[in-house]
Design a binder for this molecule. Structure first.
Ligand SMILES: *[C@@H]1O[C@H](CO)[C@@H](O)[C@H](O)[C@H]1NC(C)=O
Ligand SMILES: *[C@@H]1O[C@H](CO)[C@@H](O)[C@H](O)[C@H]1NC(C)=O
Ligand SMILES: *[C@@H]1O[C@H](CO)[C@@H](O)[C@H](O)[C@H]1NC(C)=O
Length: 847
């Protein structure tokens, strides 16, 4: 921008002594005030400037806008991108003839203009947003701008700029790449909003789609689950009859961020790092093969964590098996059974990027149930989903054409549920299909749905909580839901031995457990509507419901395969209802009618531990004192189950998602009675049905089906190490260069660096000795030999006392494949035998 011929000392002098003499900067362009090569147009707060530039080694000159305060010249807009000046001698001015903003070359020939021609006293000014506007001199209202550069983007979307459509002018703003680093002329790649159907943004290469963002689902684009608003940036998607657009806003004036499409065909979001004076790449797309448009063809799902990456939707098979086996999924999949329109059902795909939605029909007012009805009633409907996933989901989107370009995300990444229409005969069994892939990890061989497994989502919202004393006041609000015969049924049931003082209980008290009638439950859950569904697990589905008094409850409708008779079920439920401890969630009541077996718990807002612990933006809510409180609380709850209650209960599926948090973040163990309720042959200490969750299972249980209080202790140890580190044991080796969390913790401990295990998110105020104690307890609990693990009463003592003596842990038993007991137990040898792939146990792929 500086005139290169200006002698340096002169420049310096003028700068130091009389900054305004560097009046090479204008604040306005008008008929009289023209911009030439030695001048710049500056925005009022000096955020941006506009001037003449020549990129790289080229000889061509352009007018452009760049950041004023960023040392590295970063051009965000180019006016005459397709009509360069041959030299720097151009003039940008207001045409006296028609008020247009025009760029003239050295011969006075028109090179570029804003293309406005209605006359009037116009001026052009550059705003601090980076927007160059042409307006009437005496009218600064944004609504009356005659032209603005934000309506004619180059390759960069700045904060406040709209990517999208204006129905009044018919304008569809989009960004388009430069041709090369030195050539800002219109390039091959564009990022453009498609306003049809369920709007989404396409990255195109010479008009052909390379990548799609997925439709806007209320939070972000369906195919960009990592897009989350923060304190610094928020994203906006507007859709109304006047306009449809995407935009973003920054909330901190000293932060610079921009979205560009580069000339090699990628979207990039950069943030300026002032200290190191570089643009740091914050996000980009496409980022992997699964981002490639239609990678897995029609009805195919792309999952980058699988090999091969393409799978067919359940109920579909590869169209060209040979190509499919050669890793070419582009021909996609076909239905195994044709739809018959009448009796079709739906399969739920979770954590999906929604399919291409260019022809999708959207009704923002419908709920998911109505959506399913709508889909069912239209024979060409192939699938549906919520159109908005905020607040539990709303709106309806319906796909009446083939389903393309779906992508599988992990639960941690996000994505949303999508429902695909299938012929009834393709709906069984419950396990989602994966083409003919024999991927072991994904093949859910459920050894027995009996107990313990897959309660993940279900457990999120299930609480055995009733207010202290409710048990004494059996005529409380809930009892109003009793049906007359409930008393009869309860009275006639055999007496369950109780630890409580019998003398204080009447016979009726003894048997009290409010029995709800089925109609009440149906009404409270709006007929088990999808909208009220909180989750689904191996035991059945969980719904949120509201009782007439306005009390929120969670309703667990057990699947019919419990294999238990009604009488046994009643007994078990009453037994479970008797377990009362502040660290156990509480049962409020139940319902048994015909085939239905339903449990009612109080609903609480803070959900499960894993929804805090493993979530980047939430884990900081768990500071160390809270974490320690949770560890101690779970220990006390487990001790109660193991020892203090009359009926020894072995949980068998203790994990972060089964620990629920009340409003004060106190932990409560959930699903602890499910093993009994789904009982049957589970009373022996050995079972052929090994169930549980990968990552939490003790070796002897995983390998030999031996369970005991000590296998629960093992799971507790894993949980403790997870709480301390904020890292999941499961999947640990994928993100860290260590076999698993236990091995990692053990390694640090052995080297005397155990404190490094601590999650940085747990804050700075902690007692190092408390943390150390927890880590040591955690390691002792995960010892390979069950007899080396402490029992829960020792654990509680060790946690609560500074002075309790603790044995030194040995190697943890973290292997999935167990070392034969007779092998000498030198640590190196033991670690060698631990291979992650030796999964020979059938297990649920739970969270
Ligand atoms: C804005 O960002 C700067 C630089 O990152 C930071 O120092 C400052 O604290 C931020 N201001 C606010 C209000 O967040
Ligand atoms: C375009 O962006 C992608 C993704 O960040 C990057 O890999 C590529 O090198 C970029 N191309 C150029 C020319 O900068
Ligand atoms: C089915 O849905 C498609 C797409 O929304 C629509 O074009 C068609 O008219 C519908 N058919 C019926 C019978 O409603």
């Amino acid at each position: 921008m500086w005139n290169n011929n200006t002698p340096h000392h002169l420049l310096l002098i003028s700068f130091i002594f009389c900054p305004f003499l560097t009046a090479a900067s204008l604040d306005l362009i008008s008929t009289t005030q023209i911009l030439t090569k030695d001048q710049v147009l500056l925005s009022p707060q000096a955020e941006f400037e506009l001037g003449f530039f020549s990129p790289g080694t080229s000889n061509a000159w352009y007018i452009g806008i760049w950041y004023k305060n960023i040392e590295l010249q970063t051009v965000v807009w180019v006016g005459n991108r397709d009509a360069p000046l041959r030299n720097s001698s151009g003039v940008l001015k207001i045409s006296a003839a028609n008020g247009d903003l025009v760029l003239l070359d050295d011969s006075g020939k028109l090179v570029w203009s804003a293309n406005y021609s209605s006359g009037g006293n116009t001026v052009a000014e550059l705003q601090d947003s980076g927007n160059l506007v042409l307006r009437l001199e005496n009218d600064a209202s944004p609504d009356n701008y005659l032209w603005q550069s934000f309506d004619q983007p180059t390759d960069t979307l700045l904060p406040g700029m709209k990517l999208g459509w204006d129905s009044k002018t018919g304008l569809n703003r989009y960004i388009n790449s430069w041709k090369s680093a030195d050539d800002p002329s219109s390039g091959d790649y564009s990022f453009k909003l498609d306003i049809y159907g369920f709007p989404e943004v396409y990255l195109t290469h010479r008009g052909a789609i390379d990548y799609r963002s997925g439709p806007w689902n209320g939070v972000g684009f369906s195919g960009v689950p990592e897009m989350k608003p923060s304190a610094i940036v928020s994203f906006l998607f507007k859709m109304n009859p006047d306009e449809v657009y995407y935009s973003f806003q920054l909330h901190n004036k000293s932060v610079y961020s921009r979205l560009t499409v580069n000339y090699s065909g990628a979207l990039q979001r950069f943030t300026w790092i002032p200290t190191s004076k570089i643009w740091s790449l914050f996000w980009y797309a496409p980022k992997d093969q699964c981002d490639v448009y239609k990678e897995c063809g029609l009805y195919g799902i792309c999952d980058p964590n699988m090999s091969p990456i393409c799978k067919c939707i359940k109920g579909f098979k590869p169209k060209n098996l040979q190509a499919w086996n050669l890793r070419d999924g582009s021909e996609g999949c076909v239905r195994i059974t044709d739809l018959d329109c009448g009796n079709d059902g739906f399969v739920t795909l979770n954590n999906m990027k929604l399919p291409d939605s260019g022809t999708t029909f959207v009704d923002p007012e419908m709920n998911l149930d109505q959506c399913q009805q709508l889909c069912k009633s239209n024979c060409s409907c192939q699938g549906y989903s919520n159109s908005n996933i905020t607040n539990g989901g709303s709106g309806c989107a319906i796909w009446a054409t083939g389903l393309y370009d779906m992508r599988q995300y992990t639960a941690a990444e996000g994505g949303q549920s999508f429902y695909v229409r299938l012929a009834a005969s393709d709906l069984e069994p419950v396990v989602l299909g994966h083409g003919n892939s024999s991927d072991k990890k994904r093949t859910l061989k459920i050894a027995g749905i009996a107990i313990g497994i897959g309660v993940l989502l279900a457990s999120l919202a299930v609480f055995f909580l009733w207010k202290k004393g409710k048990s004494k006041t059996s005529q409380g609000s809930i009892s109003e839901h009793r049906v007359p015969r409930s008393q009869d049924f309860l009275m006639s049931s055999p007496t369950i031995p109780s630890k409580r003082d019998h003398s204080k209980e009447t016979a009726a008290d003894e048997l009290e457990l409010p029995l709800f009638d089925f109609d009440t439950i149906v009404a409270a859950t709006e007929n088990f509507s999808q909208a009220n569904k909180l989750g689904q697990g191996g035991f059945g589905s969980v719904y949120r419901a509201m009782l007439v008094e306005g009390q929120d409850v969670a309703v667990k409708r057990l699947s019919k395969s419990s294999g238990q008779g009604t009488e046994e079920f009643k007994n078990e439920v009453k037994l479970i209802a008797r377990l009362q401890h502040r660290n156990l969630v509480r049962l409020l009541g139940c319902c048994i009618e015909m085939e239905e077996k339903i449990l009612i718990y109080e609903y609480m807002e803070n959900k499960s531990l894993d929804s805090f612990l493993f979530k980047k933006n939430k884990s900081a809510l768990l500071d160390w004192p809270r974490r320690f409180n949770i560890i101690c609380g779970v220990a006390r709850g487990l001790l109660y189950l193991h020892q203090d209650s009359r009926f020894r209960i072995i949980h068998r599926d203790l994990k972060a998602s089964n620990i629920l948090l009340d409003k004060d973040m106190n932990p409560k163990i959930s699903d602890f009675g499910m093993a009994r309720i789904f009982g049957g042959d589970q009373t022996e200490a050995n079972t052929k049905k090994v169930v549980g969750t990968y990552g939490y299972m003790a070796p002897e249980y995983a390998m030999d089906g031996l369970f005991s209080v000590k296998s629960d202790v093992f799971s507790f140890g894993v949980l403790v190490l997870e709480i301390v580190s904020g890292k999941k044991n499961r999947g640990f080796y994928q993100t860290n260069n260590h076999l698993n969390l236990l091995a990692y913790a053990w390694g640090l401990y052995r080297e005397g660096r155990a404190l490094e295990l601590m999650d940085a998110d747990s804050g700075k105020s902690y007692s190092a000795s408390e943390v150390m104690r927890c880590i040591q307890v955690g390691l002792l609990c995960v010892q390979e030999q069950a007899e080396d693990r402490p029992n829960m009463s020792t654990v509680v003592l060790m946690l609560s006392s500074e002075s309790a003596s603790m044995p030194q842990p040995k190697n943890p038993g973290f292997c999935l494949g167990r070392r034969p007991v007779e092998t000498d137990s030198s640590s190196s040898k033991q670690e060698e035998s631990c291979t992650v792939n030796q999964v020979t146990v059938t297990m649920m792929d739970g969270r």
